[in-house]
Design a protein around this ligand. Structure first.
Ligand code: AMP
Ligand code: MG
Length: 480
């Protein structure tokens, strides 16, 4: 069983509300993530549906709902908090890492406002599939330990089966957690949270100077790195609000997320993102915007004098762009099979992206083919094959200045350009099968497939393919 060690529950009482999960009628396990259970040092057999639904609270758990605020689409909401999630406690895994174990969809809390505190089956399965796929793709992310149905109905725009996801995260501290206290002018709480977060996530930075400056610096780096990784795999988060911006640098909140099919920099999927605030290529700018909000919340701690504090914040924030550029450089060079750096590399990559956008070329299929296929095999993906050949000629010249053999280069490219991603239309099909027909086979297939996204799995070749026009998903919904 979990051996809990609950440090967050030891923080001041205004950081959370104690609350027990709601009882549900008939919990049934959909899936337990055995590999993750093993990493946490838990016997999967002990993860019963009673426990995973919140009906039984495991020994040592101290269930709490965390307080936080956040900017949602640019507008500040001073109180959000865990409205449908309950932190059971923290577990130290076999790797020595402390992780939160949280039930999502386990009933109302003092932060629920008008909500029912429940989760519908569709969003639970989506989060399970996509968060686990992100982990296998090598992108920092919260994880899914289990999903259960509750045997109860939840009421959204229609009646849906209820479910609970067990989420595992490095922590659930967000930029919005700092904003919650900053908005209340509670400098002492900001100070306590800063020391706590730094010690928990960036222990090597403790005692190197001002904790708040160190935390800002680390979060900047983590967010720059994270967004570069998202871009590498064509991920559109869709709801990069400050309450969904983790201090640990993990991807969190899979509500309206989607993966690019055809490449376009302005691609938006979320039905509520009317102005494209969180469009694919806006993500670095939005991550930076979110970190500026963290800097504002930390301002009283950065220096005694406000002018000096602002100057420190600005100096640090100015490093976001170069840090993102460095992380992005590593990502796109790897995608192109370049192990050395040359000045013209970014121009070469941008030229390719422009041509892909013009021809609406599938992002994932293209880079996977680029890893191993011949130019003549790839060129038909473009409206005018010459558009690819012109570019490919320059790319091959550039590869000529690499020292690796073509075979080494190809296998390195296959390790960063996935064959499989959670294709939007496959995710939708999977949800439909589960919700409409209680058929979890597509869910299981996707979960197994996406454990090894960089490996060819010929028996599932159709799951690598881009959607046919009638299969395309153009909009996603939060579906809370
Ligand atoms: P999200 O859109 O998932 O980032 O959630 C934003 C805020 O709404 C958070 O404070 C959530 O806890 C809250 N929330 C979302 N769905 C529900 C629900 N069904 N019941 C209660 N609170 C909710
Ligand atoms: Mg959220």
């Amino acid at each position: 069983m979990f051996s809990f060690d609950n440090t967050y529950a030891r923080l001041p009482e205004r950081f959370f509300a104690k609350v027990a999960p709601a009882r549900v009628r008939e919990p049934r396990t959909i899936m337990v993530n055995r590999a993750l259970a093993a990493e946490l040092g838990v016997d999967p057999a002990e993860l019963t549906p009673e426990l995973l639904s919140g009906n039984a609270v495991p020994e040592g758990a101290e269930p709490i709902a965390l307080a936080y605020a956040g900017h949602q689409f640019g507008g500040f909401v001073p109180q959000l908090g865990d409205g449908r999630a309950i932190l059971l406690g923290e577990v130290i895994g076999k790797d020595g890492q402390r992780r939160d174990v949280q039930l999502k969809g386990s009933g109302r809390t003092p932060f629920s406002r008008g909500g029912d505190g429940r989760a519908a089956l569709g969003p639970v399965l989506r989060e399970y599939v996509v968060s686990e796929a992100m982990a296998a793709l090598g992108v920092p992310t919260t994880r899914a330990l289990a999903a259960v149905t509750t045997g109860e109905q939840v009421f959204r725009d229609r009646v849906l089966p209820g479910a609970v996801l067990t989420r595992v995260a490095a922590s659930h501290i967000r930029v919005g957690t700092f904003q919650y206290f900053a908005a209340r002018r509670d400098d002492e709480a900001v100070r306590v949270l800063t020391s706590y977060a730094l010690a928990r996530h960036y222990p090597d930075a403790v005692g190197t100077g001002n904790d708040a400056v160190a935390l800002l610096d680390r979060v900047l780096s983590a967010q720059a790195e994270l967004v570069a990784r998202w871009i590498g795999v064509g991920f559109v988060h869709g709801v990069m609000n400050t309450d969904n911006t983790s201090i640990s640098g993990e991807t969190i909140d899979f509500g309206p997320c989607a993966f690019l099919d055809e490449y376009h920099p302005d691609k938006v999927f979320s039905s509520i993102d009317m102005r494209g605030r969180y469009a694919f290529s806006n993500q670095p700018g939005m991550a930076q915007w979110n970190v500026v909000r963290l800097a504002e919340a930390l301002l009283p701690l950065l220096a005694d004098d406000e002018g000096a504090a602002v100057q420190i914040a600005e100096e640090r924030l100015d490093t976001f762009r170069p840090r993102f550029a460095a992380a992005y450089g590593r990502v796109f060079r790897a995608k192109l099979g370049l192990s050395r750096e040359e000045d013209g590399d970014l121009a070469l990559y941008n030229d390719l992206l422009g041509r892909m956008a013009e021809s609406a070329v599938d992002y994932t299929v293209f880079f996977r083919r680029l890893s191993t296929a011949t130019d003549d095999e790839i060129a038909p993906m473009f409206r005018d094959p010459a558009a690819f050949h012109e570019w490919a000629q320059r790319w091959r010249q550039r590869l000529g200045r690499e020292s690796r053999s073509p075979a080494e280069r190809a296998s390195a490219m296959q390790r960063v350009n996935p064959a499989f991603i959670p294709r939007n239309h496959r995710v939708e099909e999977m949800i439909e099968a589960a919700v409409e027909r209680a058929d979890f086979t597509p869910f299981e297939t996707l979960v197994r497939l996406l454990e090894r996204p960089y490996e060819e799995q010929p028996e599932h070749a159709h799951l690598a393919e881009e959607p046919a026009p009638e299969q395309r998903v153009t909009q996603t919904f939060c579906g809370t």
